[in-house]
Design a protein around this ligand. Structure first.
Ligand code: MIG
Length: 820
């Protein structure tokens, strides 16, 4: 009895302390004693031996590093950072009695000496943007140990900022939450969370980057710390927005806006720009946990083609392997994967295979270590080549006590690669030969939180050690970067194996910077209306966190959906970068035709529209690659000065021009849509609206409210069964004039497959239309770039309510076309 009540008390304490780190109890950094100007910024010494370093990377990008009760260590390493060589812009440092001021052309950093408080101001207006609410702090006495997930992780470090009365918060990557994160408390600890619902936190990914927005003025903060971290945007106190981590350095980057697009551009410069995936990655994809044997895959493709539904990719889930052994194919289910890939390829369909991190723990049952020629196709039941090689090379993770770490995942007892080892990453990447040689087009990385059936919280992994650049640190630091490094190994492997083709990788877990190596999907959602509604804030939030290529299992992953839900789900995903229907093994079948012809016909209409919009989607995707601004956007990204957009998460935009207001509930035939200021056109009827208000839009099941911004030109191509089936000819430019009768567009094209676009082998064509009298004059500018798409026609269609068209041949030089 005593024992029981003791544990009840303990349980209560644990429950009450979760989410309740009281950061005001932490030891605050000491006052400034000395300031040294350096080549790149300044260093501040404190009266408690702490040190603070400000580094000016760009006029709008300042790094803040602090070390408590000791000097800043010389070791400085982060997996997330892509660009290390910044050319320091000019800046000045001024000391006054109370404070030190570092000024660039855009931002003014003011450090108050005692107490040490950091403030960021606009260099032009001196307006305050972001300020410490209390000095940076650390857990010198172990006060927070009881509230820590891993008390041995290290010392808790925290930053507390003043919370603006009118401040909104965005970002943090993959969160099952609304768009505006104000009043939220979030944890970053990559976790396998099947069937998650709104509010579940943490889930799969860690992107410790957020944007604050107050009355149109934005800043960004990237807390580059891979330990379990916490972000509190005014939940625990209305005085502060704080962030902290269970160890590691206090190390953050401040991004000066005021524009969010500019912040996203800088964030991409710092953590990497997404490379372009192959164009076919924008094609429609179909998956199912349980497509086997090969004849079943062929059947799926036959259905797609027979039903005139476009399709580019089929995914093979874990059942293609020999007893879940990665880098093998089951000899009965998939005896000849190459032949299957070739057959599908003749129909324009590619294969993607899932690859999990768990390598089956399988000590050899024979003395002779077998040399296999094509091990992926040979029985591995006596000796498994991936396990053998990894053991020999000592690439698998161990616990602190030296024991091999043996988590339990799909193959049963398994081992994980230490992806912090450069040689191990190279080996893992090279193992993808087994897929590339069998005609597999892309790789899907799952379970890389890493998930472990023994314990999904990660507690079983706390003493697992990784090499970590010689630091031999534990999972407290490395768990959150495990997936990032696995994706990196995969991407770099595909790049080496097929240098003439762009790698295509999809991942579930991630850390900041993941966009350099992988695209993502939002894991195990529910086939429910709530699950569908989460798509929008999750996709837009990921876009605001540096991950532009996102998508969710169309129709939802778990449970039983229905025709209506599936149609509404396609009405979101038909313009999402990643459009893949996927379903769990014991869920109800969910391919587009499974609920009958009525629903199938509507789905067909949206899939076909997706393919017609490909030039628009690809042009917008290239913009994401180049500028860091995502394709799938919350309205506030395009209308940052409009507070009516700040908390809007049941509609979204694609690029700057398309506004989609999907239906997220059953039995609905119309909905209210907020249209920002300006002219808008109903895509279906060309009816014109003046924005700055809500409009009532018809939304029967076959119609998703879809609006085009006045001033836009949308390039479209003829319907196709798969990407590249036919030449993109003609290209039809749909012209939607603004109030003044003008509209503009850019069309981006390249070979869609090779990395040559990085060397200028692309074609960018600017098009502008202007009203003249009752007609329009369209100017097609001479294209930029050296890609030659061959001869084709350009058609212009004015959609202002009185359809007029004209066509010309694309001559590759400037031409003026009159449309009457
Ligand atoms: O433990 O590979 O999110 O898409 O179908 C489940 C089987 C493992 C989780 C993925 C899901 C996939 C499933 N996987």
């Amino acid at each position: 009895m005593m024992k029981l009540s003791a544990s009840v008390v303990l349980l209560l304490t644990v429950l009450l302390t979760v989410h309740s780190q009281d950061i005001t109890r932490l030891q605050k950094i000491g006052a400034v004693t000395r300031v040294t100007k350096t080549d790149k910024g300044l260093t501040v010494a404190c009266n408690d031996q702490s040190e603070v370093q400000l580094t000016v990377l760009a006029p709008d990008l300042i790094r803040v590093r602090a070390s408590f009760a000791k000097p800043i260590p010389s070791r400085d390493h982060s997996w997330a950072i892509d660009k290390l060589d910044w050319t320091t812009p000019s800046f000045s440092v001024n000391e006054t009695g109370d404070s030190i001021k570092l000024t660039t052309s855009e931002v003014e950093v003011v450090i108050n000496r005692s107490p040490l408080l950091v403030e960021f101001r606009d260099a032009r207006t001196h307006a305050l943007i972001n300020a410490d609410e209390q000095p940076m702090s650390y857990d010198a006495r172990g006060d927070l140990a009881a509230t820590m997930f891993d008390p041995k992780a290290g010392q808790f470090v925290a930053v507390s900022k003043k919370l603006g009365f009118d401040e909104h918060f965005y970002g943090l990557g993959e969160k099952a939450a609304h768009l505006d994160k104000r009043r939220g408390h979030f944890v970053n600890w990559n976790s396998d969370t099947p069937g998650y619902t709104e509010g579940k936190d943490p889930i799969y990914q860690t992107i410790p980057f957020y944007i604050g927005l107050t009355r149109g003025i934005a800043y960004g903060i990237f807390f580059d710390n891979s330990y379990r971290s916490y972000f509190d945007f005014g939940r625990s106190s209305q005085q502060r927005a704080w962030f902290g981590a269970e160890g590691g350095e206090l190390n953050y980057y401040f991004f000066q806006g005021p524009s969010i697009k500019k912040i996203l551009g800088r964030y991409a410069d710092l953590t990497g720009h997404m490379p372009l995936p192959p164009l076919w990655a924008l094609g429609n994809q179909q998956s199912r946990w349980g497509y086997y044997p090969d004849s079943m895959v062929e059947e799926v493709v036959r259905e797609y083609r027979g039903r005139d539904l476009p399709l580019d990719v089929v995914h093979l889930d874990i059942d293609y392997m020999q007893g879940y052994r990665v880098f093998t194919f089951d000899p009965k289910r998939f005896p000849n994967p190459r032949a299957l890939a070739d057959k599908l390829s003749a129909q324009g369909v590619r294969l993607i295979t899932i690859v999990d991190p768990g390598v089956k723990y399988q000590p050899s049952t024979t003395d002779i270590i077998q040399e296999f020629n094509r091990p992926e196709l040979t029985l591995q039941d006596k000796s498994y080549y991936v396990f053998e090689q990894g053991m020999q090379k000592k690439y698998f993770q161990h616990r602190r006590n030296g024991e091999l770490f043996i988590p339990r995942v799909w193959p049963g007892d398994s081992v994980f690669v230490d992806f912090t080892l450069p040689d191990a990453r190279r080996w893992w990447g090279d193992l993808h030969r087994a897929y590339v040689e069998n005609g597999i087009a892309g790789i899907w990385n799952d379970m890389n939180e890493p998930a472990d059936f023994v314990d999904q919280t990660g507690k079983n992994q706390l003493d697992v050690v990784s090499y970590d650049e010689g630091e031999h640190s534990t999972h407290a630091k490395n768990r959150n970067v495990f997936a990032f490094l696995m994706s990196r190994a995969t991407y770099e492997g595909l790049q080496r194996l097929r240098p003439d083709q762009r790698p295509y990788v999809i991942t579930r877990a991630a850390y900041a910077g993941i966009q350099r190596y992988s695209t993502m999907w939002t894991g195990d959602t529910n086939s429910t209306w709530e699950g569908l509604a989460l798509n929008i804030p999750m996709f837009t939030t990921l876009g605001l966190s540096g991950e532009p290529f996102v998508g969710s299992d169309v129709g939802g992953f778990m449970g039983r959906g229905n025709g209506e839900l599936l149609v509404r789900s396609y009405q979101v995903s038909f313009v999402a970068p990643f459009c893949r229907n996927h379903k769990t093994i014991d869920g109800y079948d969910q391919e587009p035709w499974r609920f009958g012809k009525y629903y199938e016909a509507i789905i067909r209409k949206y899939l076909k529209l997706r393919y017609q919009l490909l030039p628009f989607l690809y042009t917008t995707l290239e913009e994401s690659h180049r500028t860091g601004v995502p394709l799938f956007r919350p309205l506030l990204l395009n209308y940052q000065d409009d507070p009516d957009t700040y908390n809007l998460d049941d509609e979204f935009m694609i690029g700057s021009d398309l506004l989609v207001a999907p239906v997220l509930r059953p039995d609905v035939t119309e909905r209210l849509v907020y249209l920002p200021k300006g002219t808008w056109y109903d895509y279906w009827t060309n009816k014109r609206y003046t924005g700055g208000t809500m409009v009532r839009a018809p939304a029967p099941l076959e119609t998703v409210p879809l609006f085009v911004r006045g001033g836009a030109i949308i390039p479209t191509i003829p319907e196709m069964d798969f990407v590249g089936q036919k030449k993109s000819d003609p290209i039809t430019f749909l012209v939607y004039p603004d109030e003044t009768g003008s509209a503009t567009a850019a069309l981006y094209e390249d070979d869609g497959n090779s990395p040559a676009y990085k060397q200028g082998v692309f074609r960018r064509t600017d098009v502008a239309a202007r009203r003249q009298g009752t007609g329009y004059t369209v100017t097609v500018k001479a294209p930029q770039g050296s890609f030659n798409p061959g001869a084709r026609q350009f058609r212009f269609m004015i959609n202002d309510g009185r359809a007029r068209t004209a066509s010309v041949n694309d001559t590759g030089v400037e031409q003026v076309v009159s449309v009457r």
